[in-house]
Design a protein around this ligand. Sequence first.
Ligand code: ASP
Length: 328
Amino acid sequence: MKYSLALHGGAGTILNAEDPAAIKPYQDAMLTALAAGEAVLSQGGCAVDAVVEVVKSLEDCPLFNAGHGAVFTEDGVHELDAAIMDGQTLNAGAIAGARRIRNPIVAARELMRVGKTVFLAGEGADRFALQQGLPAVSLDYFSTERRRDQLREVRLRQPGSQQLDHDVFVRPDRSGGGLGTVGAVARDRLGRLAAATSTGGMTNKPSGRIGDSPVIGAGTYASRLCAVSATGVGELFIRRCAAHDVDSRMRYLNESLADAVKFVIHDESRLPLDGGLIAIDSLGNICLQQTERMYRAWLVEGLTPIVAVGENSRADEFWSGEDKASSG
Ligand code: ASP
């Protein structure tokens, strides 16, 4: 079987999306992250390890709202959320409101490996990571100047609101001060699926607020049918159980991945979503859909990786079935 891999770097307004010079550093960072995941898959590694490597790479990159470069809460600190799910076993690990874990996705994977609990929040999450010997960092490790600018901007313009970081316009020459939440989905050569998501949440979020990213079934989900990672206004994705809904439509209605994802993202009949989804199925089909512009990249073994920003296109339903590989 061929492996396939997809990632997102968040959704939102994304000013300057058509300016190649402004977008290039993000495209480069996404390709670097994709390569980190591909290095695992091409050596026969598993989907879980691949999505961890992708997300870790994006957590370490200050351009994205996860790990170093995460947005600020209304209290001017960082509270990080991350989750991972193994579609083969339905094992999962989730971390919310962490303040000291350098790579929240690694802590989530460690929690999944230990297997006693699925979801740890706040102090307990930090303590667990320390006990596992994962690198701890000072509170300001995650801070960057542009995120401070974003917080000031939101406090000034819309005090009391929380914002997707793409939607926070900082200076005329900047595209919203950075990109968003990150996530990855993968199918390895044995057909196993995994999903991972990591975020600082939304700028100016109330202390203690947990978004959809670490909530299994909302922002992150994986089964033997599909693996899904979401980005967008977390409250909506939680209330819609969005990631799990993709699995349900495939399972109970026998829908294809593309039909299920498109329905979930674009269904306006109940509580419209604001954001996007990336998903992969057991044949390695990839589907990426959004209501807002989403940064995204994907690859299928043997084919050139694709990076995209902006509207949905035909290429966003990328069929990679064994003998049908094409670039859509
Ligand atoms: N979904 C994330 C949250 O609500 C934010 C994002 O995707 O940018 O925490």
